[in-house]
Design a protein around this ligand. Structure first.
Ligand SMILES: [Cu+2]
Length: 149
């Protein structure tokens, strides 16, 4: 009987250790998340320009609202997902995107719509409210932010 009680105590102690470790790693992950939100991913511009999965014969530039490097990657990913888009580069300071695309496969409005569906306002289409609510808090940009600065 004594023996089994001891075992039980041991188990509780182990559980405490595990939950401490879990809490610690959650805290570390949260801190890393905050850091990546604040850090602009400026170097990303160079690496994304060389990607060209589609032939581009047309270009369009328009305003897109957003805050940070994470917004940049969400916005650019949304634009590049559109079939026919060869490249998309969003400028965090100017609140503007430059998109190169094949006009036999897509058009400017489809790109506006794809970006809006990811939660971001363009100068023609307002961002999806549901997607906006799902963005990290630091990415929930001000809807009155001026475009094409
Ligand atoms: Cu952001």
């Amino acid at each position: 009987m004594n023996f089994s009680k001891k075992n039980h105590k041991h188990k509780i102690i182990n559980m405490n250790n595990v939950s401490k470790k879990v809490i610690l790693s959650l805290a570390i992950m949260a801190t890393m998340g905050l850091v990546s939100c604040k850090n602009e991913t400026k170097q990303e511009t160079e690496t994304t320009t060389e990607v060209s999965k589609a032939m581009a014969n047309a270009e369009v530039s328009f305003g897109v609202r957003g805050n940070c490097g994470m917004c940049k990657s969400t916005i650019e990913k949304a634009a590049k997902k559109v079939e026919g888009v060869a490249n998309a580069v969003w400028d965090v300071e100017k609140k503007k995107i430059d998109v190169a695309f094949d006009d036999t496969k897509t058009d400017a409005m489809s790109i506006h719509n794809a970006i809006a569906a990811s939660g971001y306002d363009t100068d023609k289409v307002l961002g999806s409210e549901d997607a906006y609510k799902g963005l990290p808090a630091c990415c929930q940009y001000d809807h009155d932010m001026p475009l094409n600065q």
